[in-house]
Design a protein around this ligand. Structure first.
Ligand SMILES: [Zn+2]
Ligand SMILES: [Zn+2]
Length: 267
């Protein structure tokens, strides 16, 4: 598997990155499969540097805050009206799978001003996460687990063919937006890569509970789960990455870094 951190900025786009979007790619011997985890504000632009949006196989949404799903509107236009392969031209419904919380279909349609929501069904095939039911995309398996955020929100565990250990499976765990919770630690056990949000900073955001992790709390998750590698993300534009990384390193002895827009990681 290959991870491209398309958008890493927390809560909003920043000067150096769009909001949350992570492209995960894996090959099954026949072709490359492309999944995006979240499609936050501004990310559809940067995504096009890495993949033609027409070649996406699924969009998996952690939750419905705009910094994780806003660019569903732009992708809808792309899939419908692209003069080469838009469904308006081909006449074939695209029905790109979009997996997310219960209201995803209604929210996606409302964002674009479509009424009723059925009008998006030719481009998107909306499905709702059921934590006990994995979603299969080519050689990849996606499993959602509920996390600790003010609205319905999930972390996503992706397993797929390892590029580092041929013949074996690799595991990527994406925290979505969350504060500390047991489900994140459980899902992250033994992960090859924990892509973990760290929006908050110790001493600055103290006393705000149930929304985000700090660097220190993210580091604790990685340590408790014995994750092989920690990649911090979702830092807000006003945050110094070195401060949050220092917090994480105080808790977690394994390799840790802060994700940057356009970074590529092999699993
Ligand atoms: Zn967010
Ligand atoms: Zn959020």
């Amino acid at each position: 598997m290959r991870l491209v951190t398309v958008g890493v900025s927390g809560s909003m786009p920043g000067p150096a990155s769009p909001a949350s979007c992570y492209l995960v790619q894996a090959e099954d011997g026949e072709r490359r499969w492309n999944v995006v985890l979240d499609l936050g504000s501004g990310s559809l632009g940067a995504l096009q540097r890495h993949v033609d949006p027409a070649e996406l196989d699924a969009v998996a949404l952690s939750h419905l805050h705009p910094d994780h799903c806003a660019d569903l509107s732009g992708l809808y236009v792309y899939l419908r009206y692209h003069p080469g392969h838009g469904s308006q031209t081909t006449g074939a419904p695209r029905r790109l799978p979009v997996v997310g919380p219960v209201d995803t279909r209604e929210r996606a349609a409302a964002m674009y001003g479509l009424e009723p929501a059925e009008h998006m069904d030719a481009e998107y095939r909306f499905c709702t996460w059921t934590p006990t039911e994995p979603v299969t995309v080519g050689p990849m398996t996606l499993e959602a687990f509920a996390v600790n955020h003010p609205i319905e929100a999930y972390g996503i565990r992706v397993t797929g063919p390892s590029t580092q250990r041929p013949g074996e499976r690799a595991t990527l765990v994406y925290s979505g937006d969350t504060d500390t919770c047991a489900s994140l630690v459980e899902a992250s056990r033994g992960a090859d890569l924990l892509l973990c949000e760290a929006a908050f900073q110790e001493g600055r955001d103290d006393g705000i509970e149930g929304i985000h992790l700090t660097g220190r709390r993210a580091g604790r998750v990685a340590a408790d789960a014995a994750a092989a590698r920690l990649l911090l993300t979702h830092l807000q534009p006003w945050t110094d990455p070195e401060v949050v990384l220092g917090e994480a390193r105080a808790e977690y002895a394994g390799p840790a870094e802060v994700a940057t827009a356009g970074g590529t990681y092999l699993l």
